[in-house]
Design a protein around this ligand. Structure first.
Ligand SMILES: Cc1cc2nc3c(=O)[nH]c(=O)nc-3n(C[C@H](O)[C@H](O)[C@H](O)COP(=O)(O)OP(=O)(O)OC[C@H]3O[C@@H](n4cnc5c(N)ncnc54)[C@H](O)[C@@H]3O)c2cc1C
Length: 426
């Protein structure tokens, strides 16, 4: 039985195939039955569920070719991001931006519009220069801005609905060092300067302990080498002990005694200390996440961020103790792009993600957030928890019907569908 990381989706496929070549992917696709590719199961909803044929791409990994001059790197779709990052670094290259973790596969990450933060940077899929796909009839096609551009616009964030991505060519950048600066702060003060920070910092985000006004502000900026990373002992202390072991213990207390969750928000926020170091980008962007949680996230028009936070603040004050969140919300930004189902498609975006420790109540706050987000045209992250259907999603994406048209062309019999896609695409 397959289960996702958050233990919110599971299935027992009729058949699991581990292809090791494009031919083997194509053979599995035409072998009969509905087919889904699996990434590393880090989506919080049932998008990766494969009830019939599951393609596990764990034997389809690694870099195929790399041009260190142009930065164009072709990678097999099942490559985990942590492997990709290390291999790129050896070549003197890096991804332009990354999210919070590196456990996802490269195809899984781009397919749901995974993003990091940076007002002048797009979601991960904006780094794609070319895709090779196996379509429902077993044919292998490539697409790019100049070749089958409609398929390219659809498949960069394709939800696994259009075909199996076999390779991805990424436009990488020379490897770079980031100066990381993390500091405790107060919500009002951070909100007041947030637009200015977005304009001047390469990457800015904050984590808000929702039942208090405590935040952690994180800023990462490109600086010349050399890097001055945290010592191994400090890394162990900060990431393993404080952010994982100690925070895991806090979550256990909140789960057992929900009436303390609000006070624990305040306590956690007050215990944050400043942290400043520099390291290669992939070591700064990602951190280990060992405390499991559930998550929802909406992409919001950038200009609505302050209003949405004001409404969330009001909700946080009204909810009962049992509905309080122990994990802080995360606020990030991304630049508008031209990918049809990217959550930043056509608009500069702010993201607010909301999390709750596994086993604790989350529905009241998540539902309240979903209706606030709906009132400003919020788009749900394709890989996180949400209840929206095609009816609500169509008006949020100017190219929704273009995506469906391409889907009809390349997968008329819905070889690649599952219950989640039936819901969100109709
Ligand atoms: C702890 C944690 C932290 C996270 N942090 C972030 C973050 O910072 N930013 C963010 O935006 N998201 C984040 N996410 C969400 C995560 O990045 C996405 O859900 C991502 O899609 C998961 O990738 P995966 O490899 O696990 O893919 P899966 O969840 O296994 O699959 C996702 C989709 O990709 C499709 N797919 C996989 N491989 C292929 C292929 N070869 N061809 C076609 N389709 C394919 C699957 O069919 C499915 O539709 C986080 C998730 C977790 C659990």
């Amino acid at each position: 039985m397959w289960t996702n990381w958050a233990r919110t989706a599971s299935c027992t496929p009729a058949r699991v195939v581990h292809p090791a070549s494009t031919d083997e992917i194509a053979a599995a696709v035409v072998s009969g039955g509905r087919v889904r590719a699996r990434g590393s199961g880090h989506s919080f909803n049932d998008i990766a569920v494969a009830p019939e044929v599951a393609l596990d791409l764990d034997r389809w990994t690694g870099i195929v070719r790399a041009d260190t001059e142009s930065g164009l790197v072709t990678v097999r779709s099942g490559t985990p991001l942590h492997v990709l990052n290390t291999d790129l670094h050896r070549l003197g290259l890096a991804m332009p931006n990354l999210g919070d973790i590196d456990a996802q596969t490269v195809a899984g990450a781009v397919s749901t519009s995974t993003h990091g933060t940076g007002a002048k940077l797009g979601v991960l899929a904006t780094a794609i220069a070319e895709l090779e796909l196996v379509l429902a009839d077993g044919s292998v096609v490539t697409c790019s801005r100049s070749e089958r551009s409609d398929l390219f616009n659809a498949a960069r964030v394709g939800l696994g609905a259009l075909g199996i991505i076999s390779t991805i060519t990424l436009q990488c950048v020379p490897s770079f060092v980031l100066q990381a600066s993390e500091a405790p702060g107060r919500l009002d003060a951070v909100l007041e300067q947030f637009d200015d920070l977005c304009a001047v910092e390469d990457h800015v985000e904050f984590h808000w302990f929702t039942h208090s006004d405590r935040v952690i502000l994180k800023r990462n900026n490109r600086i010349p080498e050399p890097a001055k990373p945290l010592s191994r002992a400090r890394q162990l202390w900060e990431y393993e002990v404080m952010e994982n072991a100690a925070f895991g213990a806090v979550c256990k207390v909140a789960k057992t005694f929900p009436r303390y969750t609000r006070r624990l928000n305040e306590l956690c926020g007050s215990l944050i200390s400043e942290r400043s170091y520099s390291d290669y980008s992939h070591n700064v962007f990602v951190t280990p996440r060992r405390v499991r949680f559930v998550e929802t996230e909406f992409s919001l028009p950038r200009e609505t961020l302050m209003d949405v936070i004001a409404e969330l603040r009001a909700v946080a004050g009204k909810l009962g103790d049992r509905d309080a969140l122990i994990v802080p919300c995360e606020v990030r930004v991304a630049q508008a792009d031209d990918i049809w189902l990217s959550t930043a498609s056509g608009r500069d975006t702010a993201y607010i993600s909301m999390h709750q420790a596994l086993g604790m109540q989350y529905k009241a706050f998540f539902d309240a957030y979903a209706s606030i987000a709906a009132s400003v045209g919020g788009r749900p992250h394709w890989g996180k928890m949400h209840d929206l259907t095609a009816t609500e999603l169509r008006p949020l994406y100017p190219h929704f019907d273009d995506f469906l048209r391409v889907r009809d062309e390349v997968d008329p019999d819905r070889t690649f569908t599952n219950a989640y896609l039936d819901r969100v695409l109709g």
